[in-house]
Design a protein around this ligand. Sequence first.
Ligand SMILES: NC(=O)C1=CN([C@@H]2O[C@H](COP(=O)(O)OP(=O)(O)OC[C@H]3O[C@@H](n4cnc5c(N)ncnc54)[C@H](O)[C@@H]3O)[C@@H](O)[C@H]2O)C=CC1
Ligand SMILES: Cc1ncc(C(=O)O)c(C(=O)O)c1O
Length: 309
Amino acid sequence: MFRRVGLIGLGTMGPGIAARLARGGVDVVAHDIAPEAMERARAMLDIAGGVLDKLGIEPPETGSGTVSFVLSIAEAVDGADLVIENVPENREIKAATYRAIEPLIGPSVIVATDTSGIPITELQASMDKPDRFVGMHWSNPPHIIPMIEVIGGAATAPATVEAIRDFIRALGLLPVVVKKDVPGFVENRVLYALLREAVDLVERGVIEPEDIDTCVSWGIGYKIAVIGPMALLDMAGMDIYSSVSSFLNQDLCARDDVAPLVRDKMAANTHGIKTGEGIYAYTPERIAELQKERARKLVAIRRILEDRG
Ligand SMILES: NC(=O)C1=CN([C@@H]2O[C@H](COP(=O)(O)OP(=O)(O)OC[C@H]3O[C@@H](n4cnc5c(N)ncnc54)[C@H](O)[C@@H]3O)[C@@H](O)[C@H]2O)C=CC1
Ligand SMILES: Cc1ncc(C(=O)O)c(C(=O)O)c1O
């Protein structure tokens, strides 16, 4: 079990990760190059703590850990036995961050990345000690979603993968070890297959955005939370899947670039909630309302799925 974690990057993911680790008894020393991100993270900690209370996640007997904010990477990694990197999904920024971290840590300190899908083998190529480098892919919102993917690259020592898997288990979370270092790992390969098809259907005028959200949330999402895809195949029957996939697979979206709908949104700086408009438009009041409502529903669903309803 790691007792002290250096957390680098406090944007969308960092604050929830800090809150969840601290609730598990870990002392987190957090750093972001942007002072305003550190301020936002402080405010987020209280909100995430309230959600963890509602989830009934108790600290261990030794008590909750702490979260402190520091002004440099050197202070964040000093004395850490694990460093978690949460900087933007950009190879150069990540490589520069590892170059800054590595000279500051001892040989036994593990460095984990929360990359959404850049292969670990690629990222560890810039490291002096790639054997202690590993993927630890949390899902957003990270203080609520219990599943975390663990991915070793070609040069990762098996003991590094095992240490992260055991740490996640000790926190009461659900590690899933991905056996091959494929781009996107597993969660995002599945999610992006769904998103590619959804964007394509909206772009082709087959369905309105609100209607595909209803269709997927109530038709597929609700069911898949209880019955995973492999179990769903058995429930539907291999005969049905074989028959439907024989004509449908060839008609599914197979585009290998970013869809025009998404490129247009990027060009117009309509990135979603973070800019106030994406597929839908959001006022600041609506964003606050949605965040509360989504957290409340995710907490209620998780309690039911854990038979604690
Ligand atoms: N947003 C999401 O839903 C998910 C994102 N991820 C992955 O997690 C990582 C972080 O993603 P987000 O939190 O969404 O990114 P973000 O862009 O919201 O936050 C990144 C933070 O890193 C900071 N930063 C940049 N360079 C830095 C440096 N050298 N030192 C310290 N801080 C630095 C930025 O100021 C920013 O606050 C990415 O690899 C992303 O792909 C993983 C799961 C879900
Ligand atoms: C759109 C999107 N992309 C990546 C991720 C991730 O897991 O890295 C997520 C997420 O929900 O966590 C996501 O929604």
